[in-house]
Design a protein around this ligand. Structure first.
Ligand SMILES: [Zn+2]
Length: 55
């Protein structure tokens, strides 16, 4: 199951999440970025960084 930890992209944040598919995981990450970090849209560079840390 793919998982993501916010601290792996250099954020001082304890958030971690996982989902059955990478698409669902990306949705959860986008929701988290918007609600907690006030990032309305994640740009391409940010996604590249995020995807490198997805296990
Ligand atoms: Zn976070």
């Amino acid at each position: 199951m793919p998982s993501f930890k916010c601290k792996n992209i250099g954020m001082d944040c304890p958030f971690e999440t996982s989902a059955p598919t990478e698409a669902e995981l990306e949705q959860k990450i986008a929701d988290h970025a918007r609600s907690v970090h006030n990032i309305k849209t994640l740009d391409k560079d940010m996604w590249m960084k995020i995807k490198k840390t997805i296990k």
